[in-house]
Design a protein around this ligand. Structure first.
Ligand code: GLP
Length: 241
């Protein structure tokens, strides 16, 4: 595992963007696994700037997102499709048909999960998967539990995740209780994983994930077993390492 310890959020965002840019330069038709949340917003901003300056070209890139809330339409301001459009896709030269997010409105959710796993397979798998981490150690919406969910699945959000994500909604009641999320196997099949963490409130989860046992009670701990993990964090988030 490679660790980049950056001074602050801005430096973390720049480092993350450099790593994604390097991936695109090395393989212009890369399949990128992308994440939402507040952590990668600065990195997406840097990527938009790099694209504007002509330093990276998204025309061959394909993307698959980690997760989507059940019941939110792509136009809903808190849907992850909307987030990706607003923070990245609308501002770079990526082909609209080349971006994929699970369909949270699918009538047959189990079928949508299977379709999503087959889609990732048909793209040849993920070259570089971006991950953030929940304060409880979740990745995507793989919440702490008794076992690791494997493929894309319907996830029940932990109460602590509902509370953490309520800041984006008008009220806690509006936070969806379920999401479609890539599973741990789906994530693990990525050739490289870029895990980004920022802020003091992530420090305990980061320490538990990398200094504790590999356990589904801390889903991110499974990353200890992946040979291609790059951890980029600010000094607050990495203070327990
Ligand atoms: C959400 C997402 C995750 C994200 C995490 C942390 O619930 N499903 O993909 O990594 O929470 O979010 P943030 O970066 O806002 O702390």
């Amino acid at each position: 595992m490679r660790i980049y310890r950056e001074t602050d959020y801005r430096a973390m965002s720049r480092r993350g963007a450099d790593i994604l840019a390097a991936q695109i330069l090395l393989r212009p038709e890369s399949v990128l696994g992308l994440a939402t949340g507040s952590t990668p917003v600065g990195m997406y901003r840097e990527l938009v700037e790099k694209n504007r300056r002509g330093e990276i070209d998204f025309s061959g890139v394909r993307t698959v997102n980690l997760d989507e809330y059940v019941g939110l339409s792509p136009e809903h301001e808190q849907s992850y499709r909307y987030f990706m459009q607003r923070n990245l896709f609308d501002h770079v030269n990526i082909r609209p048909g080349a971006t994929h997010v699970p369909d949270g409105l699918a009538e047959d959710l189990a079928g949508e999960c299977r379709r999503y796993d087959r889609l990732i397979e048909s793209l040849g798998g993920v070259d570089l998967q971006v991950l953030g981490m929940g304060r409880n150690g979740h990745i995507g919406f793989n919440e702490p539990g008794e076992d690791f969910p494997l493929g894309t699945h319907v996830a029940d959000l932990a109460e602590s995740t509902v509370s953490a994500n309520a800041r984006f909604f008008d009220s806690r009641d509006q936070v969806p209780r379920q999401a479609l999320s890539m599973g741990v196997r789906t994530i693990f099949q990525a050739r490289r994983i870029l895990l980004m963490v920022s802020g003091r409130e992530k420090a305990d989860a980061v320490a538990a994930a990398f200094h504790g046992p590999v356990t589904p009670k801390v889903p991110a701990s499974v990353l200890q077993l992946h040979a291609g993990v790059i951890l980029v964090g600010d000094s607050d988030a990495l203070s327990g390492l």
